[in-house]
Design a protein around this ligand. Structure first.
Ligand SMILES: [Ca+2]
Length: 186
């Protein structure tokens, strides 16, 4: 029974981490700043106390690191989206450089990359310009279809993973505009 409780406490802790990530993402985008802060404090507080209560109940000496902030073992730089503003384009090309923090570490390389729009869970695949995720530094490229999106300002998140389970994320603001704003800009 103690094991089940511990397991549940662990899952709850993980949920708390995910929730924190999601709320922080919303907060970064300035979406409902007051509400997200309140939610963070309230819900996460509840989870912390539940995890603590469950762990105490389990009567097993166990330290739960509830907000484990992982050290990203990769870095993203030069993240761009083009054209931006989109000015009626139906596809935007996202580019970036991704590198592992410790290239001297054995078999440590950028192993995959994908994109997500803010508040969306659909993953858009990204590739390397040389066609293979196999080096400590990779030029990342992705084509994002936006032809079905309304004019708006949104954020595109790039996530990269390393062969040693490290990761990094970074976002770029994308302004989706109607075609006629091109002629104004030119
Ligand atoms: Ca490569």
């Amino acid at each position: 029974m103690a094991r089940v409780r511990n397991r549940f406490a662990e899952d709850l802790g993980k949920l708390g981490n995910k929730l924190l990530g999601f709320l922080s993402k919303m907060e970064n985008q300035g979406l409902m700043p007051g509400v997200t802060s309140w939610l963070k404090v309230t819900i996460l507080g509840l989870i912390v106390s539940s995890v603590t209560a469950l762990s105490l109940h389990a009567q097993e000496p166990k330290v739960l690191c509830y907000i484990a902030i992982p050290i990203p073992e990769a870095e993203i730089s030069e993240l761009t989206a083009s054209p931006n503003p989109a000015a009626g384009a139906d596809t935007v090309v996202v580019k970036a450089k991704a590198s592992v923090v410790d290239p001297d570490l054995d078999s440590n390389f950028i192993s995959s990359a994908y994109l997500q729009f803010a508040a969306d869970t659909i993953s858009i695949p990204a590739w390397t310009s040389d066609g293979a995720f196999d080096e400590a530094e990779e030029d990342i490229e992705a084509r994002v279809y936006i032809g079905d999106m309304e004019a708006c300002t949104t954020w595109v998140y790039l996530y990269v993973n390393t062969s040693r389970h490290g990761w990094a994320e970074q976002c770029v603001q994308l302004i989706i505009t109607e075609p006629d704003s091109t002629s104004e800009a030119e």
